[in-house]
Ligand binder design. Structure first.
Ligand code: NAP
Ligand code: MG
Length: 399
């Protein structure tokens, strides 16, 4: 077969540990035999980040602005143990955080749904995609312990001209706690735009929820900003695409999500997204089947798996032991990026290839051939447990 040509490169961000091993196997067995793969390669493996003083992470994000589409392997976020293990010059920041700060995007996480891996919630038939607003609220809060005795806490806003606006939080007459948090309209606006445009992109309804009845200024501002942007910029396009924007209270949303059959994007404030994305991913079966894409309001896309570098499996691999690590989410990161590249370049062959690779992957699992993590939870009888490489080869055979 003649290999599929690419006109514009993808930004390829390589990573660490077991996922770095899978990365190469995927390229060797599933991509390079069929595609004349054009990528601009950035090695975000921890060693190379350390050598370049993390400049490589910044460069890869800037390249994503240039080419608009990136695919990223899972990477280590260093902690104290990694400082010793890799003899690091500094405790480098999370690459995902650095990239997100440069691209200013929203992360959408969606499960890959296959027959035989059934969600705990039996009426969930289609994926539920969670969009988490990743700025502010309790994650950038200031807190205080009130030691006791009488005293009052106030919010004070001091304008540039020195004038002050005050709001009483509480008059304490004993010990207690207090927290101040913030958000900025600009960040909420770009979150809203990312959500609306990703809904159009994937032709799914968008749900959004806050507690605006209780939080009449804070949460209500989120509700208002979403509605204003929707009305001004997206209402017509949604109508044309046959999709809906649906706002409700957060508790009502949670109740409806449980009764729904899925198939929509659920936009969440920062804390709701943190909590609900873990609930949704575990209810759908496995973190190894969860994809993640960072979408910027300017139309840049970075695809990856939601899971980490699977360190425990990597140490087994280093000892020469066999591993059965699930590569599905990493494969879908590639297919997501290739499909988007194809879409932007008008490259139909590339888009078709992405569809075929996804189908071959799903068919392999549905035929009972899977990695150990899935074999433990599948409803398929007598599944064949494959090791990391055999699973990828089984997909290649179908492809
Ligand atoms: P992890 O890599 O997601 O793995 C946690 C456990 O989940 C694994 O030990 C394994 O369970 C299971 N698992 C996850 N992915 C799997 C897969 N593809 N196939 C089979 N099982 C899978 O999380 P972690 O061990 O907490 O983190 C390891 C490193 O990843 C850390 O250095 C962290 O900083 C980094 N990390 C990176 C990202 C990212 O780049 N986006 C995200 C999260 C974490 P069993 O051991 O029971 O088999
Ligand atoms: Mg969480």
């Amino acid at each position: 077969m003649e290999k599929i040509k690419m006109t514009t490169p993808l930004v390829e961000m390589d990573g660490d540990e077991m996922t770095r091993i899978l990365w190469k196997m995927i390229k060797d067995n599933l991509l390079e035999p069929y595609i004349d793969l054009k990528t601009e390669y950035y090695d975000l493996g921890l060693e190379h980040r350390n050598e370049t003083d993390d400049q490589v992470t910044v460069d890869s994000a800037l390249a994503t602005k240039k080419y608009k589409v990136a695919v990223k392997c899972a990477t280590i976020t260093p902690n104290a143990a990694r400082m010793d293990e890799y003899d690091l010059k500094e405790m480098w920041k999370s690459p995902n955080g650095t990239i997100r700060a440069i691209l200013d995007g929203t992360v959408f996480r969606a499960p890959i749904v296959v027959k035989g891996i059934e969600p705990c919630v039996k009426n969930w038939k289609k994926p539920i995609t969670i969009a988490r607003h990743a700025y502010g609220d309790v994650y950038k809060g200031s807190e205080m312990k009130i030691p006791g005795g009488a005293g009052k806490v106030e919010l004070v806003y001091t304008a540039e001209d020195g004038s002050q606006t005050k709001e009483l939080v509480h008059e304490f007459d004993g010990p207690g706690i207090v927290q101040g948090m913030h958000n900025i309209n600009k960040s909420i606006e770009s979150f809203a735009r990312s959500c609306f445009s990703y809904a159009l992109d994937t032709k799914q309804d968008l749900w959004f929820a806050t507690k605006d009845t209780i939080s009449k200024k804070y949460d209500h501002t989120f509700k208002d900003i979403f509605q204003e942007i929707f009305d001004a910029e997206y209402a017509d396009q949604f109508k044309e695409a046959g999709i809906e924007y649906f706002y409700t209270l957060i508790d009502d949303a949670v109740a409806r999500v449980m009764k729904s059959e899925g198939g929509y994007i659920w936009a969440c404030k920062n804390y709701d997204g943190d909590v609900m994305s873990d609930m949704v991913s575990s209810a759908f079966g496995s973190l190894a089947m969860m994809t993640s894409v960072l979408v910027s309001p300017d139309g840049y896309y970075e695809y990856e798996a939601a899971h980490g570098t699977v360190q425990r499996h990597y140490y087994k691999h280093l000892k020469g032991e066999e591993t059965s690590t699930n590569s599905v989410a990493t494969i879908f990161a590639w297919t997501g990026a290739l499909r988007k590249r194809g879409e932007l370049d008008g490259n139909k062959d590339l888009m078709d290839f992405a569809d075929k690779l996804e189908k071959a992957t799903i068919d392999t699992i549905e035929a009972g051939e899977m990695t150990k993590d899935l074999a433990l939870i599948t409803t398929i009888e007598n599944p064949t447990v494959l090791n990391s490489e055999e699973f990828i080869k089984a997909i290649a055979k179908r492809l």
